[in-house]
Each structure stands twice: as C-alpha cells, then as structure tokens.
Write a protein that binds this ligand. Structure first.
Ligand code: PMV
Length: 355
C-alpha cells in the first residue's frame, strides 16, 4: 500500500462544470478515446453538473477503488457501476485512488433527455474533483495550466467531448498543425483567439423531443469505422476547424454560421449514411430549421442553428439581437417543441470550484 507523502488524510472537494455544444463535431474515435478529427465547442453557462467528493484514507488492506455514488440524492446503481469502472480504468493517472475511499455526489442543473450533453458536464466535473484531490492530497498540480490540462485528459477518457468543457467560452480538441498547442490528449482554450462578440453568444435549445436517443454516441462513433465517407469527413472537419477559428478571429458571424450549419447537417448525414443507417431528426426539426433560415434572410440577422446527435435544435445568436430572436422563438418555434419547452442558455466562463 501507499508510501506516498500525503498532505491530508481526509477532505472534500466540489466543482461545478458546464456542458458544451460542438460547433465542429467530433464523430469518430480510436484507441483510448482519441478523436478521428479536431473539434471546437462553445462552453455553456447554465447547463452544468455539480459534483462533490468526500475522501478519506482507507485501511491499508483494502485494494482497488472504494466508493459510493449518489445522483440527485439517490443511489443509482447503473451510474455507480459506470463510475466505479471509469475510476478503476484511470488508476494509472491517480494512483491515490488505491488509498482513498470516495463518497461522490452529483446533480445536474438541467433535466434529462433534453439533448444537453450530460456526459460532458458530469465527466468534466468528476475530472476536476479528482485533480483537486491530487492537488490537496499530494500537493501537486498547483500550476493552473497543468491542472486544467490534466482535468481535460481525464474528462476525455470519460467522454471525448467532456475534454472541451473545462475551458471558458470556446475550446478546441484534436491535434492540427493549423492550431498552435492543439493535441489529441486534451482540449485547449481558444477563447482569446475569438472576437469578443462570440463571448456574448446565446444558445436557445428547442426541445423538439425529450424521448431517449435511439442510438448512443458510443454506437454512433463506432459506426463511423465502416462509413464510406469517413476519411473525407475527417479531412473536412479539420479544414472547418481552421476556417471557423479564422472567422471567429475576424468576427465574421456569417461565415461562422455557414460552417456551423454545414457541420450540424453533415453530422446527421453521416448517421444516415452509416450501416445500419439511422435518422435522429424529427419532422419538427426540419420545420424549425426552415423557419430559422427564412427568418435570417428576411430580417438579415445572424441567427444560426446547430444540432447534437438528436432532434433538438440549438439556436445560436449574439446577445445584441436577443430581443428580436426571443420574440421570433416564442412565436414561431415554441409551438414546434414538445410541451412548448425551450431552454435558454448562453456561452459561459467555464467550471468553478465550489467552496
Ligand atoms: O463525447 P461523446 O462520446 O458523447 O461524443 C459526442 C459527440 C457529439 O456530441 C455528437 C459531437 C461533439 O463533438 O460533442
């Protein structure tokens, strides 16, 4: 058992970490959750997970991961097993997991099955808590850059897209010669490369359907392996990352918007072209897309949409046109949503430590 020089025998850490919405999509992976192409996302503000971990040094004779897990105050065996398996798989990154018992509690700010990626917020919150225990318990990771980089690596191992949630406003993940500092291991913060208009973006999420997804993202990534368009897609995504970041640097909202809509439709086209093919769009998704595109042309306003791997629509627009857009959403798009449900979120400052 441990011969570690430890700082503390018990303690508690807690983090609040947001979800994110991809602008250039990660779809296709290999080996230990490495992406087949680079991706970029907006970090959200109000859709987040809060996770706390109480840790205590455990008796020397208990081997392996020892933990309990409560989700929204209740025991959820399926989640607990998933987390236990995940923690066992990352012992090489956190050998202290052999020395501690963890009581983990987690809750989300947003409801289930809304198309908001709960794996991104939950895995990033968990990763941040683990890095914080390393900082407190072993007095390491005191450098901020190292801290968030390791949190991004661990989040990635839990859910690829979660790697991007640990940074404010805008993050890029995936090694590209066109993006300095980029890596397949972790995401990097790229907000300072973007025009300030993009720090004000809002994301109104139209809940077209709250039904459980028929295909998991794990299955979706796997299907890319046999997809006849895969290689071309990976090249296209990498080009899109460069074009998108350039447009964001220039504050070119229209070029940006064209790329993100193409990305959203390409993601679904890839699903429709896989074997077996699948359709996650709902008829109302298409009606809403048509309305958004017509409104944009008619009013000459930079309102664009993106989609995740589901039927719900993320409507993206800068804060300075919020009034016109919200009244358009209320009048034209809300009737297309299940139970008239829309979640208004915005681009946010990234994770926060909870004291
Ligand atoms: O992180 P995963 O394995 O759930 O994959 C997420 C994939 C998409 O949400 C469709 C796109 C993305 O880049 O977030």
């Amino acid at each position: 058992m441990s011969t570690l020089q430890v700082n503390k025998n018990e303690g508690m850490v807690a983090w609040k970490s947001p979800s994110n919405i991809a602008l250039v999509k990660y779809w296709g992976k290999y080996a230990k959750q490495y992406p087949r192409n680079a991706s970029v996302s907006f970090t959200l503000q109000d859709a987040y997970t809060e996770t706390s971990i109480k840790y205590v040094r455990k008796p020397d004779n208990v081997e392996g991961v020892s933990m309990s897990f409560l989700f929204e105050g209740e025991k959820k065996i399926k989640f607990e097993e998933k987390i236990r398996k995940f923690l066992s798989s990352i012992i090489e990154y956190f050998p202290f997991l052999n020395d501690l018992h963890l009581d983990i509690e987690s809750k989300n700010s947003f409801p289930h099955s809304t198309g908001i990626a709960s794996s991104a917020s939950s895995m990033s919150a968990l990763a941040l808590c683990l890095c914080d225990i390393e900082r407190e318990f072993l007095n390491r990771l005191n450098d901020e850059v190292d801290f968030f980089q390791k949190a991004s690596v661990i989040a990635r191992l839990g859910s690829g897209s979660a790697s991007r949630s640990v940074f404010p406003y805008l993050a890029e993940w995936g090694e590209l010669i066109t993006v300095d500092g980029s890596s397949n291991e972790f995401a990097i913060p790229v907000a300072e490369r973007a025009h300030p208009i993009f720090h004000t973006y809002r994301d109104s999420i139209l809940i077209i359907s709250a039904a459980e997804k028929s295909v998991s993202s794990r299955a979706g990534h796997a299907l890319m392996e046999g997809n006849p368009y895969a290689e071309q897609r990976y090249l296209q995504a990498n080009i899109h990352v460069k074009q998108l970041l350039d447009a964001m640097q220039e504050g070119d909202v229209d070029t940006w918007g064209k790329i993100i809509e193409k990305e959203a439709l390409t993601l679904h086209a890839l699903m429709m072209a896989s074997e077996p093919p699948f359709i996650l769009l709902h008829p109302n998704t298409l009606i809403a897309i048509e309305k958004i595109q017509h409104f944009r042309i008619e009013k000459n306003l930079p309102i664009y949409f993106t989609l995740d791997a589901g039927p719900n629509i993320h409507v993206l627009y800068p804060d300075n046109i919020k009034k016109e857009i919200i009244s358009f959403i209320d009048k034209e798009l809300v009737p297309l949503c299940e139970n008239q449900r829309v979640i208004h979120d915005l681009v946010g400052k990234g994770p926060e430590k909870i004291s």
